[in-house]
Design a protein. Structure first.
Length: 273
């Protein structure tokens, strides 16, 4: 499933393609949205905003298209009406005179006004967005100490979009590693220093992944490994997907476990309980 960095990069690409040109036409695959095709024709898009793992595309008529990629959704930017050869199903297409923004395979798409956005069952309950420039380390520290969250285990907590939005499975493992926190712990089990490292890591690791196309490993090390001919999967992450391989920091084999219903990776030496 795409995580916050991937959604934000998609939002950047969509915005570049569709702002500020007027929409020439829109296609919705779902019948209940068909009436909006004429509503949006000729309108301008004024913003493309990631909301954790979802997107809001706002038009100058104060309506927004909400979409959530879920597991298989994928945005593609093409020349106007140039459709790729793919087995995916087209769910949404936004066209202007030069570009088309195409969303394939996603099923969670709707049109919302400001009132509906404020009361939306997913959007209205989102936690702090770790990629929002307004989100601070202090705010995340406070979140970790909140009685709703401080006794919950990290494997489930760091995937809960009501806690922090934008984090996902690979970021969960990488943030815990950067903070040197064992995944079996809870916020209440951690020192103030560990909580501060977790809060800082949630922002820094996610932002680095966004800026450097998914790389969460030390950038200098990743570049050295790339120059040495290593595959991307061999240098992209500190621990995620590296079970049995030596930790880049201490050399101990990385461990893989199923936690919170998803695979999680950690170094048993760097992240001692």
């Amino acid at each position: 499933m795409p995580e916050g960095p991937e959604i934000k990069r998609a939002a950047d690409a969509i915005a570049k393609a569709v702002i500020p040109r007027p929409v020439t036409s829109i296609f919705f695959a779902f019948n209940h949205l068909k009436p909006f095709e004429q509503v949006f024709e000729g309108q301008k898009i004024v913003g493309v905003k990631p909301q954790g793992k979802a997107l809001l595309i706002r038009f100058d008529n104060d309506l927004s298209i909400y979409s959530h990629n879920q597991l298989y959704g994928k945005w593609m930017i093409r020349a106007a009406h140039d459709y790729p050869q793919t087995g995916r199903q087209l769910r949404l297409a936004i066209h202007n005179e030069k570009k088309s923004a195409l969303l394939y395979s996603a099923s969670d798409i709707t049109v919302l006004d400001d009132v509906a956005i404020a009361t939306h069952p997913f959007l209205s309950k989102l936690g702090l967005d770790v990629l929002d420039p307004a989100t601070t380390i202090a705010q995340i520290i406070e979140r970790f100490h909140d009685k709703r969250f401080y006794r919950r285990g990290f494997p489930a907590l760091l995937l809960d979009q009501h806690f922090l939005c934008g984090l996902g499975n690979y970021l969960r493992s990488e943030v815990l590693f950067v903070a040197r926190v064992h995944p079996a712990l809870r916020p209440v089990d951690c020192s103030a220093e560990q909580i501060e490292k977790l809060a800082a890591g949630a922002i820094a690791v996610t932002y680095q992944s966004y800026k450097f196309n998914g790389i969460t490993n030390d950038l200098q090390l990743a570049n050295q490994l790339k120059q040495a001919g290593k595959r991307r999967r061999d240098y992209r992450h500190y621990v995620f997907g590296r079970q049995g391989l030596p930790c880049f920091i201490c050399g101990v084999a990385i461990v893989k476990e199923e936690m919170g219903g998803r695979r999680l990776y950690y170094c048993p030496n760097c992240q001692r309980k």
